[in-house]
Design a protein around this ligand. Structure first.
Ligand code: PLP
Length: 401
């Protein structure tokens, strides 16, 4: 028997701030350490042959080999499961490793997958490029268009992959509607909740089957480690974990320690990022050099009503379109002193990027316009710096850039 650790009974309901700190911790830790120790080991020793036989016969559940489980990794998995309100979770070396493993665990040759046009670029590549080679077909739906979902389902549809909020326009699809349409057809739902975090949105509370995170972003929160999570019901996560044993992309114990340590401050960080992002979005909406702002917390956002119903905070990413051109937008970014140019988001450092030069570099201006990416578009991933300092910096960059 391989080690399993779904929570046998639901823990008492605690607020995210408390769960972030204490969730998943099994007291006392080894050596009475206050914090979860790092079990930096590749394998586990059996006391004697009798113990080995008892384990192999399934009479004794214990750890066996590093690719199948690790106590530091399990502690992180329990913490995220409690934050998401799911029975179990499995941790991976990256968000993409989590997505690939979960998607392949739920599909087979002949299956059909539905996903949305504005999903993460590599998720799209996974389904439209890679899974296609294994006989898995797909349908792409317009951003947040749950209305088109019913018509896209086929008898062989196994999985719908969604994200909320999406990049870069922060679309928030109606998760209740997503689940309402999928459930009767027994189609599984997977939501990449990286941008939302369990502080702002808990997809499983709305009936979503699997919740995926790039833990590289908000969970880790410090731009210093890669990781991924799949959270959900015990039997589904168990399926995913069985494939993780084969693919081998289990999170490293040291990375698990860093992510769990980062997660302890998740609620504090995200609440601060929510506040800063909303303040910046409001200020930019009123600024003459800004053509348009996309932030689900603004009344002007197309999904403001849905986001207000589903989310307790609107997240730390603000997208805006500036007056000017590709070059002047680059000058604005270069004039920023606090946010740095880098892909990624969700960490303590503010990061800024021009999607035209990052994710959509290979496309011409015309091709970008077709997918809705203008040369003057900017994505700001707000960190935890002082909001007044951030706003002052962005304002001076708008004036001088
Ligand atoms: C970053 C990201 C991923 C991929 O995660 P990695 O940890 O980089 O593999 C997947 N989905 C979303 C929404 C992301 O932002």
């Amino acid at each position: 028997m391989l080690p399993r650790h779904p929570m046998s009974e639901p823990p008492p309901k605690r607020a995210p701030g408390t769960v972030a700190v204490h969730g998943g911790e099994q007291r006392p830790h080894a050596a009475d350490a206050l914090t979860e120790p790092i079990a930096q080991t590749a394998t586990y020793a059996f006391r004697d042959t009798a113990e080995l036989v008892a384990h192999m016969e399934g009479r004794l559940e214990r750890l066996e080999y590093g690719r199948y489980g690790n106590p530091t990794v399990s502690a992180l998995e329990r913490k995220v499961a409690e934050l998401e309100g799911t029975q179990d979770a499995a941790a991976f070396t990256s968000g993409m490793a989590a997505l690939v493993t979960a998607t392949m665990a739920l599909t087979r040759s002949g299956s059909h997958v539905v996903l949305f046009d504005d999903c993460y670029r590599r998720t799209r590549q996974l389904v439209t490029g890679f899974l296609e080679r294994f006989g898995v077909s797909h349908t792409l739906l317009p951003p947040a268009d749950v209305g088109a979902l019913e018509g896209a389902l086929r008898p062989e549809t196994r999985l719908v992959i969604a994200e909320a909020p999406t990049n870069p326009y922060q679309r928030v699809l109606d998760l209740d509607e997503l689940v309402r349409v999928c459930k009767p057809h027994r189609v599984k739902t997977l939501v990449d909740s990286t941008f939302a975090t369990p502080v702002n949105l808990r997809p499983a509370d709305h009936g979503v089957d699997l919740v995926v995170h790039s833990a590289t972003k908000y969970l880790g929160g410090h731009n210093d480690v890669l990781g991924g999570i799949v959270a959900g019901g015990g039997s589904l996560v168990s399926l995913v974990r069985d494939l993780r044993h084969v693919f081998g992309a289990i999170l490293d114990p040291h990375a698990a320690f860093l992510i769990a340590r980062g997660t302890k401050t998740l609620a504090l960080r995200v609440e601060q990022q929510n506040r800063s992002a909303l303040a910046i979005a409001r200020a930019f909406e009123a600024h003459p050099r800004v053509r348009r702002v996309w932030y689900p917390g603004l009344e002007s956002h197309p999904d403001h009503a849905t986001a207000s119903r589903l989310m307790t905070g609107f997240g730390g990413v603000v997208t805006f379109d500036l007056v000017g051109d590709l070059a002047s937008t680059g000058r604005f970014i270069d004039a920023c002193r606090i946010p740095q140019i880098a892909p990624s988001l969700g960490g303590v450092e503010s990061l800024i990027e021009q999607p035209a030069l990052m994710s959509y570099f290979e496309l011409t201006t015309e091709e970008r316009a077709q997918v809705g990416i203008t040369d003057t578009l900017v994505r700001l991933a707000v960190g935890i710096e002082d909001p007044q300092d951030l706003l002052a910096d962005l304002r001076q960059a708008l004036e001088t850039g």
